[in-house]
Design a protein around this ligand. Structure first.
Ligand code: SF4
Length: 222
């Protein structure tokens, strides 16, 4: 087992070298961390002590342990999950645009450095595209795809259906609310519960360094 883990870690590390070169050519500030713990520490080191921080919900960010660390820090933390009503939650999503740092991840990333995100309300893709002055994305190397076509395919036919399972919790007896929660692949739905209103490909960071990508040599998120 250790041999397998070491082989995968080496493969992730080698792939990350190429990916970082390509990300930097697109003005993304980029780093590679071997473990999720290192990634959380790296993210924290990029955030000044007096900064305000928010997020749009991300399994990868939670798995890294970064949210717990931020909650224990003196950073000003805006969390839409603490909202007491749908209206309050929407208001929190809007306020997120004015925080100093926004945390998130990607649904898929191509070897040449373009990432794909799918969003229901659009708050996350909007924030990443044009919101807070600093974006930190924590990205497990499991999200890497050889081509942009592969990244689109991963985002739409793996990440989104898996995310729909998480949201609607059919594995805990929740009701299937979208075709993908029954079939496991995208049915291109237009249902009221659809979590795929916006599919955004980000191919460059217009303001150099605004988007900071921390690649992690582990599987994180979907
Ligand atoms: S079936 Fe609907 S909710 Fe599911 S992945 Fe496709 S578009 Fe998204």
């Amino acid at each position: 087992m250790q041999e397998k883990d070491n082989a995968i870690a080496k493969e992730f590390e080698l792939s990350a070298t190429t990916l970082i070169k390509n990300l930097r050519s697109r003005n993304f500030e980029s780093y590679y961390c071997r473990t999720k713990e290192d990634a959380a520490a790296k993210a924290l080191s990029l955030i000044p002590e007096d900064a305000s921080v928010t997020w749009g919900g991300s399994v990868s960010v939670v798995e890294s342990g970064l949210i717990d660390k931020i909650k224990k820090s003196k950073l000003a933390w805006l969390d839409r999950d603490q909202a007491k009503s749908a209206d309050e939650r929407l208001e929190s999503m809007r306020k997120a645009f004015f925080c100093d740092f926004y945390l998130g991840s990607v649904n898929a990333i191509s070897e040449d450095g373009i990432f794909v995100n799918i969003d229901g309300f659009g708050n996350r893709v909007a924030a990443i595209s044009f919101g807070p002055k600093n974006i930190i994305l924590i990205v497990g190397m499991n999200k890497l795809c050889k081509t942009l076509a592969g990244a689109r395919e991963r985002a739409q036919n793996f990440a989104a259906p898996a995310n729909a399972q998480r949201v609607f919790k059919t594995f805990e007896g929740g009701q299937p609310r979208t075709p993908c929660t029954t079939s496991g692949s995208c049915g291109d739905c237009k249902s009221a519960d659809c979590i795929c209103s916006y599919i955004v490909e980000t191919r460059m960071c217009k303001t150099p360094g605004r988007i900071k990508i921390i690649l992690v040599g582990e599987s994180l998120g979907f």
